[in-house]
Write a protein that binds this ligand. Structure first.
Ligand code: AMP
Length: 282
């Protein structure tokens, strides 16, 4: 497995693979890799001849008062995980390699990026779409892998790819959780012992909401209010949002019908965590 920070080197490597007729999968990440990222890499390794993992904390998807400077990084551990998972190349650029000092071009979706996380992080998805577009242009993969953990991000990327006719298959992969239910996240490392315990309200609310829907509850507000009650029972938790939306358009729904996403963002102390469930054919 190779690692490079150079766009030119990635291009040369991918060009060589293409010359050999090999298919290429891309797994975009911000590093500090865990089992959730590994599940994406595993799937990419299964479905492609060669796999590129990008490992880049993308500054332009962080708001001014967010955690860019403290975001956890451990490239040596990331290398070990990628190597063990069978990835072929890590792309680990510096911010300067990705963004020229006079960089002024952005990719922005509308509507699908405005609700949920887009409300509290108004420039976030513009940063995501811009970096994902750049990665797509650099790597030119056949397939790219994203987690359902970031369900709105997945919907936004799918919409961008459709609207801009990018010839890349977007593959969504299920949420990987800790044994006690907490969705795996690089940001879980911010939690102290007490907060780690409190953070279980997110998955408890998710499992409860999903069970209500599976048992036939169709009123979105009834489900959401039961989920909010669970979160509000935890003194360290503060709700950013708990909402139910159409999983593709991210428009709010009042009835649980079709393909529906129940999504939440909750502060546990200073750490903002997200979780969700998707129900289909209900
Ligand atoms: P991040 O490094 O947090 O930007 O995540 C990179 C990719 O890994 C995104 O597509 C995430 O949705 C995905 N991912 C992160 N955590 C998980 C998880 N617990 N389960 C599945 N996918 C995940």
């Amino acid at each position: 497995m190779n690692i490079t920070g150079s766009i030119k080197e990635v291009r040369a490597q991918v060009k060589e693979w293409r010359r050999q007729g090999l298919t290429v999968g891309l797994v975009p990440t911000m590093g500090y890799l865990h089992e959730g990222h590994k599940s994406l890499i595993d799937r990419a390794v299964m479905e492609n001849d060669r796999v590129v993992v990008s490992d880049f904390v993308n500054p332009i998807q962080f708001g001014v008062n967010e955690d860019l400077s403290t975001y956890p990084r451990d490239i040596e551990a990331d290398k070990r995980l990628c190597e063990a998972a069978g990835a072929d190349l890590i792309f680990h650029p510096t911010p300067d390699e990705m963004y020229a000092a006079d960089f002024f071009t952005f990719v922005e979706t509308q509507k699908v990026s405005e609700g949920l996380c887009g409300k509290s992080r108004p420039t976030h998805f513009r940063g995501v779409c811009t970096v994902v577009s750049k990665l797509f242009h650099i790597v030119m993969p056949d397939r790219a892998y994203f987690g359902e953990k970031d369900a709105q991000q997945l919907a936004v990327v799918r919409r961008m790819v459709r609207d801009l006719n990018m010839d890349i298959e977007i593959v969504g992969c299920p949420i990987i959780r800790e044994a006690d239910g907490l969705a795996k996240s690089s940001r879980n490392t911010y939690l102290n012992k007490e907060e780690r315990k409190a953070a279980l309200v997110l998955s408890r609310a998710i499992f409860h909401g999903r069970e209500m829907v599976e048992n036939g509850e169709q009123n979105a507000e009834t489900v959401l209010s039961a989920m909010r009650d669970i979160i509000e029972s935890e003194p360290l938790a503060r709700i950013d949002y708990v909402e139910m939306v159409d999983a593709d358009s991210i428009e709010p729904v009042t009835k649980v019908h079709g393909r529906v996403l129940a999504a939440m963002a909750v502060f546990i102390g200073k750490t903002r965590l997200i979780d969700n469930f998707i129900v289909e054919n209900c």
